[in-house]
Design a protein around this ligand. Structure first.
Ligand code: ZN
Length: 364
């Protein structure tokens, strides 16, 4: 095997692992027969960073599994306050907020560390302040926020390059002839500004998904009858792109698809092949992001994510309540469920349910 960028032979010394779909967005498929170490370090992360950054809010809400590390916190606003969303959807204040109302000073903070910092600031202003006593008397409060605003963006040159690289990776991974990707390499490398990479807005879904499935999909089709060779890329169900490798393809038919469910962390197989009609390829492809359609897709993705996180929260609550019950009523002393145990369990579950979902009941 040779590096598809510089054509040097891949050996034990210069081979490197390349994720076909970015690992930062939960991609698992990888190969050591794509590019060499040098080329990887030359354009690896530079090409991929923007896409990873743009999709980070989704990765964060879903807490997607990566080989290393976690998705980054997402900045959001809630009632004019800056908050941080941690992977999995937990939120905290980004910093301490101090309100002075006449003689009463009120500090709001996410952690004790933040509170101490804010108190130190106050002490400079009011040296007589007894900060230790104040800390000791601090009230701890859990609050569940109803709706927070986050902003999201998708597209641009760098992102298009990263999508193009995924398509090329998948094509070479499936044994594709490197002559078909030659014209795409200068674009991925940033030497050229244009390539045949399009946003795609099909009328209906190409691959049916269950209500709580979120998939990354790659589809490679070589169709000598219509003389098309393309890769269709679908990330998190809703970010859909098409990369043309050739419009004069006249060799053997090719059909390869790969589907990875980022919720179950499993590869999924669709038994029925999907082919995009030539006229539809053209009709539903655009150069520019269609803002209205993008918002519709984002909305449907966020609704799906919401269902998934509610499910996860419910199982978290019940597991935690079970653990607390077992701690309190060790199994060796309590071989059977007693009424007291059931009462304890239901109380724990009920309290957490109300805390977690009260805002849902309030919203119309
Ligand atoms: Zn190379």
């Amino acid at each position: 095997m040779n590096c598809y960028v510089c054509n040097s032979e891949l050996t034990k010394e210069n081979e490197t692992e390349e994720h076909i779909i970015l690992n930062a967005i939960g991609g698992k498929l990888k190969s050591r027969s794509l590019i060499c170490k040098d080329c990887n370090s030359k354009f690896g992360s530079r090409v991929d960073n923007k896409l990873a950054e743009q999709l980070n809010p989704i990765c964060n809400l879903l807490d997607v599994k990566r080989d290393r590390g976690k998705p980054q916190n997402v900045k959001a606003t809630y009632k004019n306050k800056e908050i941080l969303i941690e992977p999995g959807g937990k939120m905290k204040l980004a910093r301490a907020y101090t309100h002075e109302d006449g003689k009463v000073v009120h500090i709001e903070s996410a952690t004790e560390g933040q509170a101490v910092k804010a108190l130190r600031g106050l002490k400079r202003k009011y040296p007589s302040l007894n900060t230790e006593e104040l800390l000791e008397n601090a009230k701890r409060k859990k609050e569940y926020l109803d709706s927070v605003s986050i902003s999201m963006n998708f597209g641009g040159k760098e992102t298009t390059r990263a999508i193009c690289k995924m398509a090329v990776n998948f094509f070479i991974f499936n044994g594709g002839d490197p002559k078909y990707i030659k014209q795409l390499l200068p674009f991925i490398l940033g030497i050229e500004e244009e390539a045949e990479v399009y946003f795609f807005y099909p009328r209906s879904e190409l691959f049916y998904k269950n209500e709580k499935d979120i998939l990354h999909t790659l589809l490679l089709v070589g169709d000598p009858n219509h003389r098309y060779l393309y890769v269709y890329v679908e990330l998190f169900n809703e970010f859909k792109m098409v990369v043309y490798l050739s419009k004069e393809y006249d060799e053997e038919p090719i059909y390869e698809s790969y589907h990875y469910n980022v919720i179950t962390n499993q590869v999924f197989d669709y038994s029925t092949p999907v082919r995009i009609q030539r006229k539809d390829l053209k009709k539903y492809s655009t150069n520019e992001l269609d803002i209205k359609r993008f918002q519709e897709r984002l909305k449907s993705l966020l609704q799906r994510i919401d269902k998934i996180t509610v499910d996860r929260r419910i199982s978290e609550i019940t597991n935690k309540a079970m653990e607390e019950m077992i701690k309190r009523y060790p199994q060796e002393d309590n071989p059977y469920f007693t009424e007291e145990m059931i009462a304890f369990l239901s109380e724990r579950v009920a309290v957490e349910f109300v805390l977690s979902f009260q805002n849902r009941l309030n919203t119309p």
